[in-house]
Design a protein around this ligand. Sequence first.
Ligand code: ATP
Ligand code: MG
Length: 234
Amino acid sequence: MNGGPVLAVRDATRRYASGDTVVTALDGVSFEVHAGELVAVVGPSGSGKSTLLLIAGLLEPPSAGDVRFHGARVSDPGADLDRLRDFRRRNIGFVFQKANLIPFLTAGENVALAMEIDDVPPRDARRHAERLLDGLGLGSRVGNLPTRLSGGEQQRVAIARALANDPALLLVDEPTAALDGRRGRQVIGLFRRIADERGAAIVVVTHDLRAADHFDRTIELIDGRIVDERGRGG
Ligand SMILES: Nc1ncnc2c1ncn2[C@@H]1O[C@H](COP(=O)(O)OP(=O)(O)OP(=O)(O)O)[C@@H](O)[C@H]1O
Ligand SMILES: [Mg+2]
């Protein structure tokens, strides 16, 4: 690994056809995230935050521009993203706004499944899942089905699942929307710890800047463009 950024998005534009018109969801966005960095993305509804995560996470190609991992170009308008499925699984963790847990699997099984898909032996996967959940304060909930967990607990299971394969990049969309202020700050504090302890590069879309001092940088989007980028305390 070199000392450069984990993720570099370069001049990324994303257009969607919408009936007869074209919506430009992202308009020439460039930014980088280094290992151990925690970056917030803010902006009004419809400003392109989720689109940015989809492109950075290789779930959608940009219409122009490219995405690089450790300096290597992995996505551009011609990229075949299906072929990147294994790369994505090994390198990127996603936490979506809704936890999207599999309802008939327990918390532990939801987390272990992410590793079993990656050929980790089931018993090792289960043990690692328990350790991850324990580290997120859910040691006593490993055997619970999602319906037997609170909204915040489900979210933490989704975070554990995203961490299961120890990704270099973690992309998180609106983790605190469903949480009250104290819980929301705890979740952001948790991402701070994950960035510090695992050296993960983390991008968090959030409306909630009450925990702003945890972020290394904040990127503000309006109409698909970065209008402001400021560091801690700036
Ligand atoms: N699949 C799609 N097809 C057409 N238009 C889309 C599509 N996805 C997003 N858009 C449009 O692109 C723009 C940016 O959407 P995006 O979901 O990135 O916004 P956002 O900043 O995440 O908003 P929110 O805070 O409401 O989640 C919006 O105008 C949206 O309507
Ligand atoms: Mg969104």
